[in-house]
Design a protein around this ligand. Structure first.
Ligand code: ATP
Ligand code: MG
Length: 304
C-alpha cells in the first residue's frame, strides 16, 4: 500500500470468486485471510436483503461504512460478501424491481467510495450464479477468479487429503484404496501424455471430450477418479463423511465402502445448469450424453 500510494491507483484489493457450488470459493477466502493473518468479516449477503423498502440499501451502507471506519482505525481486513448474487442480481429476495436496482446501485456506490478513499479493505465477493450478476458489479472487482470442478489430478489430492483425516479418527484405511487410486491415476496420466504427444498440446479433463472419452474407453470399470468426474471437493467431502460413519462400526475403511459412499452422494455437475458453468461442465455434458443411464438429468439427487 505504501508503494502504491504515489501511483494514484487505489491500493485496495477487490476479488470476485465465481464458479459452481462446493468448489472452494468460501474456503479459499477464509484460507487467504488465515494465511496472511488478516482478520475477516463475512457478510452473509442474503441477510442484507430485506423485504422492507429501503432497508436493503441501509444495510449495505451500514456494513460498508462500519467496515471502512474499523479498517481505518485498526488496519486492513477482508470484507467478504459471500453469495454476493443476493445483492447483485435480479434473483434477489426482494420482489420489488426498483428496490433491487437501487440496492445494486447502492452497493456500487459504496464500493466506489472505498476505492476512491483508499480505505484499507480487501473486498472479496463469491457467487455461483455469475450469469445473474450485474455487469457493473463485475467491473468493481479488479480480480476475477474462476473456480471449476476439480480435474483428476486435484481429485486425487482431495481424496488423499480426506483419507488422511479418516486416519486421524483412528479408523484404519485399507491399503487397497491407495493402491488402486495410484494405479488409476498413473493410467490416466499415461493416457493424457499420449494424447498430448499426438496433438502437440496439453489436454485437460474439462477442455473437451477427447481426454475423458479416451479414459472411458481405455480404463474399464469405475475407479475412484473415474467415478468422481464431475464431483466438487464438497461432494468428495460428503462421500468421505458417509464412509466414515459407515466405517466406525468396523473400524476399517475398505475400498468398496469408500467407493459406494462416494457413489451414493453423487456429483454436483449433473445438477448445474449448462449455461451456468459453460466450460466447466462441458466435459461432463458430453459424457452425460453418451451415458444416459448413469447421468439421467431427470434423476433426483440421491438421498442419504
Ligand atoms: N479444492 C478443494 N480442495 C479440498 N477441499 C475442497 C475443495 N473444494 C471444496 N472443498 C471442500 O468442500 C467444502 C465446501 O467448499 P466451499 O464452501 O468453499 O465451496 P463454495 O465454492 O464456497 O461453494 P458455494 O458456491 O456453494 O458457496 C470445503 O469445506 C472443503 O472441505
Ligand atoms: Mg461458498
Amino acid at each position: 500500500m505504501e508503494q502504491l500510494k504515489n501511483t494514484t491507483l487505489s491500493p485496495n484489493l477487490t476479488v470476485l470468486l465465481y464458479g459452481p457450488p462446493g468448489t472452494g470459493k468460501t474456503s479459499l477466502t477464509r484460507g487467504f485471510a488465515k494465511k496472511y493473518g488478516v482478520p475477516i468479516c463475512v457478510v452473509e449477503s442474503d441477510r442484507l436483503v430485506s423485504p422492507l423498502l429501503g432497508d436493503t440499501i441501509k444495510n449495505i451502507r451500514n456494513v460498508v461504512e462500519l467496515s471502512s471506519e474499523i479498517s481505518k482505525e485498526r488496519g486492513a481486513f477482508v470484507l467478504f460478501f459471500d453469495e454476493i448474487d443476493a445483492v447483485g442480481s435480479e434473483r434477489s429476495n426482494t420482489h420489488e424491481v426498483g428496490e433491487i436496482k437501487r440496492a445494486v446501485i447502492s452497493f456500487l456506490q459504496v464500493i466506489d467510495r472505498v476505492n476512491y478513499e483508499g480505505v484499507p479493505l480487501a473486498i472479496f465477493g463469491a457467487t455461483n450464479h455469475q450469469h445473474q450478476l450485474d455487469s457493473a458489479i463485475w467491473r468493481r472487482f479488479t480480480f476475477h477468479f474462476r473456480f471449476d470442478f476439480p480435474d483428476y489430478n486435484l481429485r486425487k489430492q482431495i481424496i488423499e487429503g480426506f483419507l488422511a483425516k479418516i486416519k486421524r479418527a483412528k479408523i484404519g484405511v485399507d491399503n487397497q484404496i491407495f493402491t488402486s487410486l495410484n494405479e488409476e491415476y498413473n493410467r490416466m496420466q499415461k493416457i493424457e501424455k499420449e494424447i498430448a504427444n499426438k496433438m502437440g498440446q496439453k489436454v485437460t479433463e474439462f477442455d473437451d471430450m477427447i481426454l475423458w472419452n479416451e479414459i472411458s474407453k481405455k480404463i474399464k470399470g469405475e475407479g475412484l477418479l473415474k467415478l468422481t468426474h464431475g464431483y466438487s471437493g464438497s461432494d468428495i467431502e460428503r462421500g468421505t463423511k458417509v464412509a466414515l460413519l459407515k466405517a466406525i462400526s468396523v473400524e476399517l475403511l475398505t475400498y468398496d465402502l469408500f467407493y459406494d459412499s462416494l457413489k451414493l452422494v453423487g456429483g454436483t455437475a449433473i445438477h448445474v445448469e449448462r449455461q451456468n458453468t459453460l466450460a466447466t461442465t462441458r466435459g461432463f455434458i458430453l459424457k452425460d450424453e453418451g451415458n444416459e443411464k448413469k447421468h439421467n438429468r431427470d434423476n433426483k439427487p440421491p438421498e442419504i
